[in-house]
Structure formats: structure tokens, C-alpha cells
Design a protein around this ligand. Sequence first.
Ligand code: PLP
Length: 425
Amino acid sequence: MPDYQATADWARAQDATDPLRAFRDEFLIPPHEGHDSVYFCGNSLGLQPRAVREAVNAELDYWGELAVEGHFKGRLPWMDYHEFVRDDLAAVVGAKPSEVVAMNTLGVNLHLMMVSFYRPTKERHAILIEGGAFPTDRYAVESQIRFHGFDPATSLIELASDEPNGTISMAAIEHALAKHGHHVALVMLPGVQYRNGQVFDLKAITALAQKHGCMVGFDLAHAVGNLPLQLHNSGADFAIWCSYKYLNSGPGAVGGAFVHERHAKAALPRFAGWWGHDKTTRFQMGPQFVPTAGADGWQLSNPPILALAPLRVSLQIFRRAGMQALREKSLKLTGYLEWLVQTQLANVLQVVTPAEPERRGAQLSIRVIGGRERGRALFEYLMEHGIIGDWREPDVIRISPAPLYNRFADCLAFVEAVRAWSRID
Ligand SMILES: *Cc1c(COP(=O)(O)O)cnc(C)c1O
């Protein structure tokens, strides 16, 4: 553990020598009463990179000046626009470029992937998820089960937490698959659990699921841009994510999907659209759908250029920073916040996120000792004082220092605000 100290001098010195410190200036930090707020909500909506406005304006200008010809002309012709984000996206998730595509939003992509990778049979019809799954994930899998004529009462298997703070051990996953594996068609788990911040081991889960003959997909909403992922090596069949959280690509940003290379040319059932058609013959407009090999073959429509422009800019920042360097800082920064809470605020707060650094990302989920009402009161106090986190029912405050723009001084500001509140409370 670094020699953490709870002083402004120490925090300032860390910030001054942080190799990633310059990246903060590339973001718009929301103001609070004339100062920068302390923004710990990149797990929910990442901050706006300054370069986004110009990138979006450039596309508006091309539209104004070139109109339909913008598909083929301009610096970044719209026809190929989704390809301009592909390499950087692949680097962020640890995939081959042909395995990723930026398209749609998370929920849409989850359904599209399940069309291809959830193929229930009488013997093998179940989906295994975690009991505390995010609503979209739960609604999506339940509706797919019903759509195929099965009943969630018998075809939805939920992993219960077996650890004190609501987390799930590998042993519990192993146990569930040993018991139900023979009728599980699909294992669908998160990369990082949204409420408690637990990291799941994608590679180990994939190996286990495959041993039992199941397909495996991951929801990486809270993992992408947070952890250095190795999607290709994990062996997972598919993954999906959104880009407005740690990827900083703006509200409702274009999401993404990963399809493992081994499915690149497989004749999988899928919902098809013209943008997924082989690019070389797309404009022959023939009646026969011929999918592009790789993840691109799952595209339905020509993409929203104005929404892809921020993603392109944002991914360039990730390329320059590098996921490994971001993770290194993140471990130190979140480690500092946890150390502060434990040494300075142990009588007020309790961290529910796993303590092992390899079992968490940037986010700490925090409970206020004394119950939900005190928790709400502290949360509101923090928001009023420009310390921005978010609240998850029933009693969790999520605080996520993002290594691209958060500072050690921000972590200290959080502690000072909690202390001030606990004095008046
Ligand atoms: C944020 C999040 C979503 C959001 O889905 P959208 O389709 O982007 O609205 C879904 N699942 C999880 C686990 C999330 O964290």
C-alpha cells in the first residue's frame, strides 16, 4: 500500500506528480458556486471532453456544406464512420478490431446478442444471471425467455449472494453451474456489478460456463473504460456495453458490442439490417442478406453520426492515456479513498465494495452507519456542497473517482465534507 496520508499537502503532491494529471484539463468540470465541483459520478455519466463540441460541429458543418455527399466526402466520410472508432474501441476492451462494433445502445445490443446466442431447447433453456442484476438485464432476459415460449419461473436462474456485503464468490458460480449447468443455455453476468462495485472474473467464468456447454455473455456497462479488459482472451461469446459512463461519450451515447472471432463467419440466426450486409455489395441492394464477417455483421442501420462523434473523440483520449496507466492510477486513487474512509470515517461510513483491489474498479459503494435515512441525509448534503456521487436504493452512495479527471485532492474533499456533515448531524 502506498504511504497514504490524510493531508492536503500529501494529496496535492500526488496530483502534482501524477503522470496522467494533464488529462483533467481536457474535460469540462461542472461548476459549483464558482469552483469546480468534486465529480465522482463518472460511473453514471462521464464528463464531457472539451474536444467534443468541435467534433460535433464539424459534422454539422459537413451536413450543411456537403449534404448527401458527406457520406463520401469530408475528413471522415459518414459511410465508414463507425470504422473510425473501431481500433480504439478494440484496444479499450482487449479485442480484435473485427470483434467490436459501436452501435445502438446497451439494451438494444443485449437483445440483438441474445437473438444469436440464446437458442433455448427443451433440455437447455435457462439463463443464469445474478440475483441483483440491473433492471434492463433482468427485463431483457425474462422477455427473451418468454419470447421463446419458456417461463422465467423455471428458466431464469438467479445467483444469490454468498458473501457478507452482497457480493458473489466464484465458488457460488461454480456451485450453481454444477447444479443447473446441464440446462443453462446462457450465462449472462456483469463485468462490474453496478450496485456494489464487485468485479467478475470474465475468463474464469467463461471457462466454467463452457465446461458445462453454456454460451457466455457479459454486460460491461460499468467495466468498459474502468478496467483493462481482455475480451478476446476471455473467450466469451459476446459482450455489450454503453459509452456514457466511464467512456465519457455523452448522454444516450452509442453503445457497443463484442462478438468473439470464432463466430465471425458462423451462420448464426440474427436480426438483420442493411448496415450489417457485406460492405462490398451493400449498395447492390440485393434481396439476399450476406452478413459482413465479424461484429459489424450485427449492425442494423446506418449509424447516428452526431452521436458517434463524441465517442470517437473520447476514445482518442483513452488511446493516449492507455488503459494500463489508467488502471494504475485508479488503483492508487480508489485505494486512497478507501484508506481515508477506513482511517478517518470508520464511525460514519462502511464500504461494501470488495476490499481486494483486483475485485473492484474505480467505484466504492458506501453505506452510512445508522441506516437509510442518515444515508439519504448525507447524500443530499454532499450534493448541496458540490460533491457529486449517486444514490442507489436502498442505502448505497456510489463514489467513483475516475482516473482521467479525478484527483487525490477530490478524495480528501469528500472526507472533509463527510466530517463537516457528521459534526452537524
Ligand atoms: C447503465 C446500465 C444499463 C443501461 O442500459 P441502456 O440501454 O444504456 O439504457 C444497463 N445495464 C447495466 C448493468 C448498466 O449499468
